[in-house]
Ligand binder design. Sequence first.
Ligand SMILES: Nc1ncnc2c1ncn2[C@@H]1O[C@H](COP(=O)(O)OP(=O)(O)OP(=O)(O)O)[C@@H](O)[C@H]1O
Ligand SMILES: [Mg+2]
Length: 216
Amino acid sequence: MSQSLLEARGITHSFDYTLFTDINFSLAPSESAAIVGRSGSGKSTLLHIFSTFMKPDEGKVTLFGENLYSLNDDEIEALRRYDVGIIFQFHYLFKGMSAMENIEVASMLSGEAIEDAILEKLEIKELMTKKVGELSGGQQQRVSIARVLSKKPRIIFADEPTGNLDQETAELVMDVLLDYIKETGAGLLLVTHDASMATRCDKTYRLGDKVLKEEV
Ligand SMILES: Nc1ncnc2c1ncn2[C@@H]1O[C@H](COP(=O)(O)OP(=O)(O)OP(=O)(O)O)[C@@H](O)[C@H]1O
Ligand SMILES: [Mg+2]
């Protein structure tokens, strides 16, 4: 399959001021890309646009060959449930439930089972019976990453997935994400402030002065 997983053309968006204009981006199967840029430059907004959660003022986003703005609500819902994996800047877990229960909810919704190997690689297998509220921030972050991977997404959007982690744990998370896309042909688009994470991706783009440019 040589077709792009994600294709964005002419994306322009403003809130109080113009955030970015005429952004073009594409992501191929098994490809990893990082977006870097100053705080407030619009990285998270761009990720929301690419991942079906926001419609830009102008432009077109195609995911797995489907024009997002020609899909109905059920079709968008199906994309989110089965195909799109999102690791948010702030992780959303159900605090009253155990780590395992959180992962099971995602597995149930998508009909895919979590692999023990992923829990082991993320070093959270022993934490599964603990309530999320009893876990450290970085442990919660890794549970939320396992939760996203458990549904076997075809593309992963990750907004600072290693933001709360020490260097060693951050490398571990990158290993897991990069192994996952190599094994499955999924794509990875990651926003990060950490240059050492960005350089592990196939490509790095900088968002600044309202444009997205590949760094070479
Ligand atoms: N829903 C919204 N309504 C109005 N303004 C918004 C909204 N979301 C974001 N903004 C504004 O858009 C700008 C870009 O925000 P965004 O979160 O995309 O930046 P970012 O590059 O991800 O920053 P950071 O690195 O701090 O996470 C900010 O000035 C923010 O206040
Ligand atoms: Mg952000």
